[in-house]
Design a protein around this ligand. Structure first.
Ligand SMILES: Cc1cc2nc3c(=O)[nH]c(=O)nc-3n(C[C@H](O)[C@H](O)[C@H](O)COP(=O)(O)OP(=O)(O)OC[C@H]3O[C@@H](n4cnc5c(N)ncnc54)[C@H](O)[C@@H]3O)c2cc1C
Length: 290
């Protein structure tokens, strides 16, 4: 094994310069809960590892004056789960992030790492997508901001160009009448990869009619899906039985899952509809509470 350089930049510009100047394959390190496993399994041979946790911007979780949040890419799920403000405003986002792995893993696992590992089953991603979150990317040409759903382009592959990394995330202010939820199914009680994950964010009007909805599915296609037909099925309704059936059918129709030891294609497809129904119900209850 070749030697690996280890760098701890303190600014975004230093990190970008290190990424750009790397002669071989440079890897960003946040919590390391994916990266270290992959290194030990010899799945990767980076020439340099760049630990971004010494860059202040990657480690801050800020509630802005307009009620939105800026979340550093290296903030851990357990840190976010300790915050009453974001947990109250966006319980689904926190649910997706905080259930990653064990207590030890949660103390490290970051949103940036979960997204950039680019697994179709990454648990934080469907709820981030449903909530309309965007990512702030820094690179040699400056900064750009894109929707979370545009980052992963294939299993294990992101749209990040050479020299780029995710600095932070933008989470909108919780809208009036808004509620969100994330549910996943795993074969064990914890510490497993999702067979299906479903993120939902909706808003209700005063009469309980769905005004807006975004439904996202994980682990049922090569990348996390945004199911527009599922949103259309419930917008303008009070989530009556017909609307829920249409939601279920739209989610099932969107699935293009793999067949593996965790679940057959048929099983994953059916579960996608079931989880969507349940997640929408929870999101609606939360919307009604606020
Ligand atoms: C025991 C165990 C259980 C787990 N359980 C779950 C689970 O239930 N659900 C789940 O979704 N995952 C699970 N995981 C996987 C892992 O914990 C998560 O994906 C976690 O969120 C990764 O975050 P991290 O900060 O540790 O990433 P790292 O390991 O530091 O990085 C992961 C990848 O993303 C890249 N990267 C990291 N940050 C950035 C950035 N800011 N910009 C660009 N690239 C970046 C790295 O180079 C690397 O390729 C588990 C892992 C273990 C070891």
């Amino acid at each position: 094994m070749e030697s690996i350089e280890f760098e701890k930049p303190e600014t975004v510009d230093q990190a970008v310069a290190l990424l750009q100047g790397a002669s071989g394959n440079a890897k960003i390190l946040a919590g390391g809960t994916d990266l270290l496993v992959q290194l030990r399994a010899q799945m990767l041979e980076p020439s340099v590892i760049i630990d971004i946790k010494h860059i202040e911007e990657t480690r801050k979780l800020t509630k802005n004056s307009d009620g939105s949040y800026t979340i550093g890419a290296a903030v851990a799920g357990a840190e976010a789960g300790d915050r009453d403000d974001i947990t109250k405003d966006w319980p689904g986002v926190i649910e997706g992030w905080e259930l990653i792995g064990s207590t030890q893993v949660q103390g490290r696992a970051s949103l940036g790492g979960n997204l950039c590992n680019a697994s179709p089953a990454g648990d934080s991603v469907p709820a981030m997508v449903a909530a309309g979150m965007t990512v702030n990317i820094a690179g040699p040409n400056g900064r750009r901001t894109i929707p979370v759903e545009d980052v992963t382009v294939a299993p294990g592959r992101t749209c990040l160009e050479k020299g780029e990394f995710v600095v932070s995330f933008n989470l909108p202010a919780r809208p009036a009448g808004g509620g969100d939820a994330y549910l996943r199914l795993i074969p064990r009680t914890e510490m497993d990869i999702a067979v299906v994950g479903c993120g939902v964010a909706i808003t209700l009007d005063d009469a309980g009619v769905v005004k807006t909805a975004k439904i996202s599915l994980g682990a049922v296609a090569a990348t996390v899906l945004v199911v527009e037909d599922a949103a259309k099925a419930i917008i303008g309704t009070k989530l009556d039985a017909d609307a829920m059936s249409a939601l279920d059918a739209a989610c099932q129709a969107a699935c293009k899952p793999i067949d593996d030891k965790r679940g057959t294609i048929e099983y994953r497809t059916k579960i996608a509809g079931v989880l969507a129904r349940r997640a929408v119900t929870i999101a609606a209850e939360r919307a009604g509470e606020k």
